[in-house]
Ligand binder design. Structure first.
Ligand code: IMP
Ligand code: MG
Length: 182
C-alpha cells in the first residue's frame, strides 16, 4: 500500500550530510587532541542542542576528559535569540583550576556564549576554550572568541543533529535549512 503521508522533514533542505558532519567532527577532535597535549580537560556541553555533537566529538578526542552539562534557555521567539539567558540546569561540581572546553551546537548573535563565558569565569577555571559545530558570522551582535568552528553558515535558520525548531527536528542525522512556517 502506498504511503500517502508526507515526510515529516519535507520542509528541510540538507546543508551538511551525516557523513560531512562526521568527517569535520573527526578533524576538530584531532585538533583539540593536539592542542591539549595529553592534559585532562573538562568538557562542558550546552543543553539541549549539543547532545549529538558532544556524543560524537568526545569519541574523537584522545585525552583524559570529564564531561559536564549546563542547561541554558534563552528567551525570545523560536528563531531569534533575545540574549536574556537563564541557567536551567547547572554543573554538578566545581571547575576551579580546570581546563574547560565548551561544546556548543551553534553561535549566532553570540549573546548566549557571552553570558556563559562570563558566568563560568566567576568559577575560576584555569582556561576556557570554545568549540562550536556551527557559526553564523553575519548574526554576531557581541564579540566572542571561538577556538574551533565546524562550519560557518549563512544567516538562515537550521535544524537537525541536535538543533530544533520549537522542540522538533533534533533527531535528524543531517543539518538542513528549515523552510517551514516560522
Ligand atoms: P545566540 O545567543 O544568538 O548566539 O544563539 C545561540 C542559541 O540560539 C543556540 O544555542 C541555539 O539554541 C539557538 N539558535 C541560534 N540559531 C539557530 C538556528 O539556526 N537553529 C536552531 N537554533 C538556533
Ligand atoms: Mg535552542
Amino acid at each position: 500500500m502506498a504511503n500517502t503521508r508526507e515526510r515529516w522533514d519535507r520542509d528541510i533542505d540538507v546543508l551538511f550530510s551525516a557523513e560531512e558532519i562526521a568527517a569535520r567532527t573527526a578533524e576538530l577532535g584531532r585538533e583539540i587532541t593536539a592542542h591539549y597535549e595529553g592534559k585532562p580537560v573538562c568538557v562542558i556541553g550546552i543543553l539541549k542542542g549539543c547532545f549529538l555533537f558532544l556524543a560524537d566529538i568526545v569519541r574523537t578526542i584522545d585525552l583524559p576528559i570529564s564531561t559536564e552539562f549546563i542547561g541554558i534557555s534563552s528567551y525570545g521567539n523560536e528563531t531569534e535569540s533575545s540574549g536574556v539567558v537563564q541557567i536551567t540546569a547547572d554543573l554538578t561540581r566545581s571547575i576551579e583550576g580546570q581546563d574547560i572546553l565548551i561544546i556548543e551546537d551553534i553561535i549566532d548573535t553570540g549573546l548566549t556564549m557571552r553570558y556563559l563565558l562570563d558566568n563560568l569565569a566567576t568559577r575560576r577555571p584555569n582556561s576556557i576554550k570554545v568549540c562550536t559545530l556551527l557559526h553564523k558570522p553575519e548574526g554576531a551582535r557581541v564579540r566572542v572568541a571561538i577556538d574551533w568552528v565546524g562550519f560557518e553558515i549563512p544567516n538562515k535558520f537550521v535544524v537537525g543533529y541536535g538543533l530544533d525548531y520549537a522542540g522538533r527536528f533534533r533527531n535528524l542525522p543531517y543539518i538542513g535549512v528549515y523552510h517551514g512556517a516560522t
